[in-house]
Design a binder for this molecule. Structure first.
Ligand code: TRP
Length: 338
């Protein structure tokens, strides 16, 4: 049986936080250990340019994200771990796909529609304001990421499901016109993956500015955990774990038996100070070994680059022959004798 290709990308615009870790990175690394799977994980740096025009930030984020995945034990002998922009065939495929994609399909993309809707609220009534062609055609780039490697499964958050549906549409359209070249990919939404809450109790997210960076040094981690919002119940008063950010965060890192123990302590009125201490100790112990590896990697970026170059080589061993086939299929290959 040939392996199922599982592919996902991480946009390089920020510093990985605890929410990214439990929601996406941890399950992806666990999945990469399955021998029946070919994991293709990549730094989506072409995508970063859609959201971020600060070169230094994109550069730094790429470095941090790569170091994070390697520090957390991504097995690059099994997985293909690469930087999107090291595989220029993706860009070429984007054009081939752009030419079979209906504009109307892109008009329906949530991210684009949200930007238009926001503009409609504004004074001057320019619905195109601030919307680049990059944002508009971003689902095509994402389709190229996926179809380039004929991915079977694409693990994503719920907000990305529509993009996978678009990739399926685009692939079918291309196959219909030019013959069966692409696997039709499937979105995989991990219902068991935890969604962490941030410092303010809303979903932990870069855009809410409420995150705890994954590899924050110990003292800073402690400070941030102390900032997590709680209610004002006093020590000794029974507390409801189900509505508590500290508890749900603990649960994302602890074994069920440990979670039950803490649940009891909530009923017995554990104080918030005490709970924060327990939470800090627990998370800190959990991530300390990876944090040490992360810091070592950040001191030796050339090792990170080496890994990415290895990954690019493996990726291009797939993408180069495939783009050749696709060029031929659409009629732009070199002229050959008949
Ligand atoms: N757009 C995705 C996100 O914002 C990242 C991404 C880019 C991606 N290309 C992809 C995810 C291909 C899955 C497959 O989260």
């Amino acid at each position: 049986m040939s392996k199922a290709t599982v592919l996902t990308g991480i946009t390089t615009t920020g510093t990985p936080h605890l929410g990214n870790y439990v929601g996406a990175i941890r399950p992806a690394i666990a999945a990469s250990k399955n021998d029946n799977v070919l994991p293709c994980y990549f730094l989506a740096d072409y995508h970063a340019l859609i959201k971020c025009q600060e070169p230094e930030r994109v550069r730094q984020s790429s470095l941090e994200i790569a170091a994070t995945w390697l520090a957390l034990g991504l097995d690059t002998s099994n997985a293909i771990f690469y930087r999107q922009s090291d595989v220029p065939e993706i860009m070429e495929l984007t054009w081939l796909l752009t030419c079979v994609t209906a504009k109307g399909l892109m008009n329906r993309a949530h991210a684009y529609k949200a930007a238009v809707a926001e503009n409609e609220q504004s004074e001057d009534g320019d619905t195109d304001k601030g919307i680049t062609m990059g944002l508009f055609s971003y689902p095509i780039l994402m389709a190229a990421d996926i179809l380039m490697f004929n991915a079977h499964k694409v693990p994503v958050g719920k907000d990305q499901i529509q993009h996978i549906e678009m990739a399926r549409d685009i692939a079918s359209r291309f196959n219909h016109i030019y013959g069966e070249h692409f696997v039709i990919p499937e979105a995989v939404v991990d219902e068991n993956a935890a969604t962490l809450l941030g410092l303010d109790g809303r979903k932990m997210s870069k855009s809410y500015n409420n995150t705890i960076p994954l590899f924050e040094p110990e003292n800073k981690l402690k400070k941030l955990i102390n900032k997590i919002k709680t209610n004002s119940l006093e020590p000794g008063e029974p507390k409801d774990p189900e509505t508590c950010t500290l508890f749900s965060t603990y649960r994302a890192f602890a074994r069920p038996s440990e979670v039950e123990e803490i649940r009891k302590q909530y009923a017995e009125g554990i104080g918030w100070g005490e709970m924060k201490k327990i939470l800090f100790e627990h998370i800190n112990t959990h991530i300390a070994p990876a944090r040490d590896r992360y810091q070592a990697l950040m001191q030796a970026p050339e090792h990170i680059e080496e890994e990415l170059q290895e990954g690019a080589k493996k990726a291009r061993a797939i993408s180069q022959p495939f783009i050749k086939e696709l060029r031929k299929a659409v009629g732009i290959a070199a002229i050959s004798a008949r």
